[in-house]
Design a protein around this ligand. Structure first.
Ligand SMILES: CC(C)(COP(=O)(O)OP(=O)(O)OC[C@H]1O[C@@H](n2cnc3c(N)ncnc32)[C@H](O)[C@@H]1OP(=O)(O)O)[C@@H](O)C(=O)NCCC(=O)NCCS
Length: 321
């Protein structure tokens, strides 16, 4: 391939970028057909590229090879409170005929990102394209987070006896808060080191009171010998702010939260809760279930793939320096 010329992303490049994204998505669906079919249509892909370009603070570039658009890259900031001084390349933020071109585009754009102080870079990459993922690795990116997907299984997994599963009530609020906090408590520690701001306890209590009324959500409290030892939430994927756009399957629900009390981990509570989530998904007519997890979380990054979830997108992360 001849060396690319990198130029700023302009309106005249939209159609070609949309075609590249539609082709990327079609290739991804050949591996993972549960992803939504409509973005194989360049018109639908174009709307996603336009949205990425239209985000406040977005910057973009295209790689021209022999005069045609052979790759594009768009980055835009999210709020600093959670992500630090950042730039995100969202689900529709890049596509390339040749993965190597992404390195030219990043090289061109990252200069201005770093110059303006945006030193934390997040990129959502199809996990189904190892060559593309590898091109990002060769820019010093590493895996931080993964989205997983599977058909709702017909049964299981089976679990130890002696676990009672039931919907929580207001009488369980203290247990709900304890189990809710078990996730940030785990993820603050090594090797996740996620700086999740601790929620205010009164606000958290009020949120749980409101959540108990949400009829569209499946909530399961696992109890053993009368003690609450685990909690799981499952809901229509439309309630998710993570699984959006190209990553939002049709007829899907999301296993959005799961935690086992630290003292009860490894004894079958998670299996029992997962079985309840699958059962809920089946009875509510969902064909697909998704979840997501920190790749650096040693517990969840092993537990969910073993329950059948296949990675669809990886969030790669690079911090400079
Ligand atoms: C991820 C998490 C919810 C899993 O729950 P858990 O209750 O520990 O899960 P289980 O005990 O059912 O299963 C864990 C492992 O123990 C095994 N196991 C289950 N019962 C067992 C038993 N009686 N004896 C031995 N092993 C057992 C399971 O098979 C599983 O191993 P596998 O994945 O290799 O098959 C839990 O580790 C957790 O709360 N982690 C911290 C918070 C978190 O990461 N939440 C998820 C955010 S995405």
């Amino acid at each position: 391939m001849s060396r690319p010329t990198v130029v700023p992303f302009a309106d005249e490049h939209l159609e070609a970028a949309a075609a590249l994204l539609a082709a990327r998505h079609a290739a991804q669906r050949a591996v993972e057909p549960l992803l939504p079919a409509r973005y194989e249509d360049p018109a639908a892909a174009r709307a996603e590229v336009e949205a990425a370009r239209g985000t406040e603070g977005a910057t973009g570039a295209v790689a021209l090879v022999d005069g045609r658009v052979a790759a594009y890259l768009i980055g835009a900031p999210r709020g600093d409170a959670i992500w630090g001084p950042n730039v995100w390349v969202e689900f529709a933020g890049h596509a390339a005929e040749e993965p190597e071109l992404v390195r030219d585009l990043y090289g061109a754009l990252a200069a201005s990102w770093v110059e303006r102080g945006s030193t934390r870079h997040y990129v959502l990459v199809p996990a189904t394209d190892p060559t593309l993922v590898e091109a990002w690795y060769r820019l010093s990116f590493g895996q931080q987070h993964a989205l997983g997907i599977q058909e709702v299984p017909r049964e299981g997994p089976s679990s130890a006896v002696g676990i009672e599963l039931r919907p929580p009530t207001e009488a369980d609020l203290d247990d709900l808060i304890r189990l809710d906090l078990a996730v940030p408590e785990h993820q603050e520690r090594s090797p996740v080191f996620s700086p999740v701001p601790r929620p205010n306890l009164e606000e958290l209590r009020a949120e749980w009171v409101a959540d108990l009324d949400k009829s569209e959500e499946g909530l399961f409290l696992a109890c053993r010998d009368g003690r609450a030892v685990g909690l799981l939430a499952v809901a229509p994927v439309e309630l998710s702010s993570v699984h959006v756009g190209l990553a939002r399957p049709d007829d899907a629900c999301i296993l959005g939260f799961a935690a086992t009390d630290p003292g009860a981990r490894g004894t079958g509570v998670g299996l029992a809760l997962t079985a309840a989530a699958f059962e809920w998904a089946r009875t509510h007519g969902f064909s697909t279930i998704v979840t997501d997890y920190r790749v650096t979380n040693l517990l969840s990054s092993r537990f969910w793939p073993r329950r059948g979830f296949r990675p669809t997108f990886l969030r790669l992360y690079r911090s400079i320096p």
